[in-house]
Design a binder for this molecule. Structure first.
Ligand SMILES: [Zn+2]
Length: 156
């Protein structure tokens, strides 16, 4: 959905609507599966060097659990969404669908666990992963991102 910068007034442009799941165009085996249309509400400003968007993104997804590899439903809701695009010289327009797509993908949990995100769910592989992650306190920094980062490297 093409937004022309010349159409954006100084006081900002308010838009809301939906995009079909097809904007994501992900491979079938991706850990993220869009599960329906996604909704956006955006206030858009065009400044001399940047275009800013802020508002809310919501949409249904199926995410793959990092432990048991099952897909589970996840209702994404980013009520404080904001993003900034660098403005290219002579740029006339931008594609809102591309921005919305990218920001969903960036904001969805990177290493989702079904038992953390689905109430009452017991992950069938939780024990395996917990043995590993509870082994000892990590020496420095965050715990989970490091552990999952190492797992990701092994998979490659
Ligand atoms: Zn799981």
């Amino acid at each position: 959905m093409e937004i022309f910068l010349s159409d954006i007034p100084d006081e900002g442009m308010e838009l809301d609507g939906e995009f079909p799941a097809s904007i994501f165009d992900l491979p079938a085996d991706d850990t993220i599966r869009p599960d329906g249309s996604v909704h956006y509400e955006a206030t858009i400003y065009a400044f001399e060097e940047v275009i800013t968007l802020h508002g809310r993104l919501k949409g249904p997804f199926q995410l793959q659990c990092g432990a048991c590899l099952d897909y589970f439903p996840y209702e994404a809701d980013f009520p404080d969404w904001s993003t900034e695009l660098d403005r290219e010289p002579n740029q006339q327009s931008f594609d809102l669908a591309v921005v919305v797509r990218e920001d969903f993908l960036l904001n969805l949990p990177a290493h989702p666990r079904c038992d953390e995100l689905v109430e009452g769910r017991v992950c069938p592989k939780a024990d395996l992963v917990e043995d590993f992650s509870d082994d000892e306190e990590p020496s420095a920094g965050e715990e989970r991102p490091n552990i999952w980062g190492a797992l990701d490297e092994w998979k490659q």
